[in-house]
Design a protein around this ligand. Structure first.
Ligand SMILES: Nc1ncnc2c1ncn2[C@@H]1O[C@H](COP(=O)(O)OP(=O)(O)O)[C@@H](O)[C@H]1O
Ligand SMILES: CC(C)(COP(=O)(O)O)[C@@H](O)C(=O)NCCC(=O)O
Ligand SMILES: [K+]
Length: 260
């Protein structure tokens, strides 16, 4: 079985791929101090909870937006599975699509993985909007190459920033507000973030399409994508687990090429 690890700035997700489907996902907060042994205790407890006792892991693929956590993840997979992971962004990890950006740019591996997954599922000329710590727009060219995009502050990050910077603004959670005109502080903040984001997604997508000059499909992914899509359709499609799909695709490609 393949273990796919998607490490974002807020959460790290482990998913087990049995060759045909994902069996389940385990989610923990991203902390670079977490040791290999701590990962194992967590892993062993939760895989048993899902009915798998010491699953036989034969491959590991990692995408990490936090370079520092990769060290302990490598120790974890080496110590407990005897496996050297395939790490997206490292020279030994081949990608089935091109990357055409300014020389020297270190593109977030999550963005490359999303592009690979998007191209595999939908073909080229894509805008992939991923709601994580940051909200990213990844643009895939006609041939699937990653050609850049947009980085905007994440939804929760924006709410947190309001709370941190203004003494009278509480911590609030994102939701779909019934009205645009908020009649209390919380409703005003929720409206600002929700409708502000709807506007941001529409405007940025429209401008990307104009600049790209060819019809494009807009794909939404990440935990908060369904909230937007269900109340203010801003995507052509919602893709669940797009990053995980990309990790499996990259693993399969490297297997084909003989790099793993
Ligand atoms: N379904 C959801 N509902 C509400 N908040 C969510 C949901 N999914 C993720 N979040 C929040 O969105 C933020 C980004 O989470 P996540 O997608 O795990 O980011 P990353 O991939 O950057 O680690 C976090 O604050 C997380 O708690
Ligand atoms: C933009 C990001 C912070 C998004 O990370 P996430 O929201 O998934 O935690 C990450 O992709 C990153 O660190 N990128 C490096 C710069 C770039 O992609 O151009
Ligand atoms: K993101």
């Amino acid at each position: 079985m393949l273990l796919a690890i998607d490490c974002g700035n807020t959460n790290t997700v482990f998913s087990i791929w049995d060759g045909e489907k994902f069996l389940f996902s385990l989610r923990t907060s991203t902390e670079y101090q977490r040791t290999a042994d701590q990962y194992f205790v967590w892993w062993d407890t939760l895989t048993r909870h899902h009915g798998l006792v010491r699953p036989e892991i034969t491959g590991v693929v990692i995408s990490s937006t936090v370079p520092r956590v990769v060290f302990n993840l490598r120790v974890f997979t080496d110590r407990y599975f005897g496996i050297r992971p395939l790490v997206v962004g490292k020279p030994e990890c081949l990608l089935p699509v091109g990357v055409r950006v300014d020389a020297g740019t270190q593109v977030g591996p999550d963005r490359l993985v999303n592009t690979v997954a998007g191209y595999d599922k939908y073909g080229g000329d894509l805008i992939i909007v991923d709601f994580g710590t940051a909200t990213t727009f990844d643009v895939a060219d006609k041939d699937g190459a990653y050609i850049g995009g947009v980085i905007a502050p994440g939804v929760n990050l924006s709410l947190e920033a309001l709370h941190m910077a203004a003494a009278a603004l509480p911590h609030v959670d994102i939701t779909h507000p019934d009205h645009v005109i908020g009649t209390n502080t919380v409703a005003c903040m929720q409206s600002g973030i929700f409708w502000g984001y709807v506007g941001l997604i529409k405007e940025i997508s429209a401008r990307i399409k104009q600049e790209h000059g060819r019809p494009m499909k807009v794909i939404g992914t990440g935990g908060l994508a369904p909230l937007f899509q269900s109340h203010a359709p801003v995507f052509d499609e919602f893709a669940d687990e797009l990053t995980m799909h990309g990790l499996v695709t990259i693993w399969a490609y490297n297997k084909e090429q003989g790099t793993v």
